[in-house]
Design a protein around this ligand. Sequence first.
Ligand SMILES: C[S+](C)CC[C@H](N)C(=O)O
Ligand SMILES: N[C@@H](CCS)C(=O)O
Ligand SMILES: [Zn+2]
Length: 325
Amino acid sequence: MARLPLKQLLQENPKKVLVLDGGQGTELERRGIEVANPIWSTIPFIDESFWSESSVERKIVKEMYSDFIKAGAEALMTVTYQASFKSVSDNTSIKTLSGYDSLLTRIVDFSRGCIGEDKYLIGSIGSWGAHICREFTGDYGPNPETIDYYEYFKPQLENFNKSSQIDLIAFETVPNIHEVKAILSWDNTVLSKPFYIGLSVGDNGLLRDGTTMAEIAEFIKSLGNKINPNFTFLGINCVSFNTSSNVLASIHELLPDMPLLVYPNSGEVYDSEHKIWLPNGDKSNTWDLVVKRYIEAGARLIGGCCRTTPQDITEVSEAVKKYTK
Ligand SMILES: C[S+](C)CC[C@H](N)C(=O)O
Ligand SMILES: N[C@@H](CCS)C(=O)O
Ligand SMILES: [Zn+2]
């Protein structure tokens, strides 16, 4: 394996900041793939025709990875954000656990083939809310504490745990405190490789369900040494570009020793009913400025989420080089 284990890389190089890719789902959409459906960006992988060398969609996915790498990405994600067993089995002809497991393994192996051995491959798992498009509201109904998050995540988690290709598991765009607590209650028999949690935070600096960053920090501190040692980064993703550096700084202040990650969206706002992005009224910051702030706030993994492109990652990568010299 050409790459060092991720934790070793970070421990041996305390100043190292890894550059992540941009938003895969919206980037595929920009390149002509129709993603407005219940399994969102995983849709191209479902039809058997994707796996033939002549597939146009296959070429698009390969080119996307190649362009993110050219832009400077060192860690790239599988396109499996909305590929939970529930989402896939409810909405495609794949109904069995074994069929589902084969699909994920195929996607993971294909993704590794696209990015090569020296880049890190992150297994993307969208939050529970993603399958009902509530990742930007955190509205998990009247009893979010009774949802069986483990049952929901288990098939995807087990596939990524056992995969030798996946370096890091990503719980992305998590908007609800009960889901955060559930994930952090799993020990290293359930989550047996490095993982992170990307919180979905509003412009008001609160988790989408209204929980403060201070409450989240207190909860993490309360776990003490019972915390799963594979918990590698905490951070934010798909938060607005403009507010992201303030939110990250507030988490850093509360948890100064926690390695952080950040990959904001473009600042456009998702209309979940029509599955379209509404314009960003105020793109007042630049990547150069926000990346500088992210690094000051303890970020070790920086990239872009929805509606960010290889051009954004070029700017992220240049800024990371500049501020980690
Ligand atoms: C991060 S959002 C743009 C993903 C898509 C959303 N869950 C949907 O299903 O429309
Ligand atoms: N990794 C996912 C996150 C969506 S919020 C994507 O970029 O498509
Ligand atoms: Zn996003």
